[in-house]
Design a protein around this ligand. Structure first.
Ligand code: ADP
Length: 215
């Protein structure tokens, strides 16, 4: 079954439907981290409509592009990468094989093949915990917005699986980088954070309230 963008609640409706989450206590480290990030309150309402928290299989999402947490050889592997290759079909690997790999922090784009998504953006997350490299993954993936007219994009929790990046710090980087991108770029209608592990659902529910406040 395909999940269309209309079926994914924007963050502001998600908060209303799951209003219990507003009572969760913020971790002190998160608050300190957040204060370093200056926000313009006038923008908050608009930005909360442009992001979503989704729980489930990224391969089912009908968006302009889904992001793959790939490896530098662009060979089908495990985790979300394996799931994407299985769902997209063998022609995806054929196209990946023409791209000459992808360095850590960079991103390359292919067709979506059998996926409901039009494109797959393959980005290679750090294996050594580098925050700067993880930030580059989000920036370089979002940058295809201009060249390929991507108006909706879904990210998995890059590097937090086999590559072992700490989940909470990874979520801060994902949300902060996306917030900065949305403040500086027009035309991206929805960025979906696709969580798969319960630990990430809980982290994103807390941190999205800080980076994309609804009230
Ligand atoms: P990395 O090698 O970058 O760490 P992984 O694929 O091992 O990438 O893990 C990244 C995240 O993707 C993990 O949270 C994992 O649970 C999640 N994941 C695995 N399968 C899927 C899927 N089908 N849809 C969305 N996320 C998935």
């Amino acid at each position: 079954s395909v999940v269309t963008i209309d079926m994914v609640d924007p963050w502001n409706s998600y908060v209303i439907r799951n209003s219990g989450i507003e009572n969760r206590k913020h971790n002190l480290d998160d608050v300190t981290e957040f204060k370093k990030f200056k926000i313009d309150n006038g923008l908050n309402k608009c930005l909360a409509e442009k992001v979503s928290l989704y729980k489930g299989d990224i391969t089912r999402l009908e968006v302009s592009a889904i992001v793959n947490a790939a490896n530098s050889r662009l060979k089908a592997g495990g985790g979300v990468d394996g799931a994407i290759h299985r769902a997209a079909g063998p022609h995806l690997q054929e196209e990946c094989d023409t791209l000459g790999g992808c360095p850590t922090g960079e991103a390359k784009i292919t067709g979506g093949y059998n996926l409901p998504a039009k494109y797959i953006i393959h980005t290679v997350g750090p294996q050594d915990g580098s925050a700067a490299m993880l930030k580059k993954c989000y920036e370089n993936s979002l940058a295809f917005h201009k060249s390929h007219n991507i108006t909706s994009i879904a990210f998995p929790c890059i590097s937090t699986g086999i590559y072992g990046f700490p989940n909470r710090l990874a979520a801060h980087i994902a949300l902060r980088t996306t917030r900065q991108f949305l403040e500086q770029n027009e035309g991206m209608e929805r960025v979906i954070f696709c969580t798969f592990m319960p630990v990430d659902v809980e982290i994103y529910e807390t941190l999205m309230q800080m980076y994309f406040p609804v009230h």
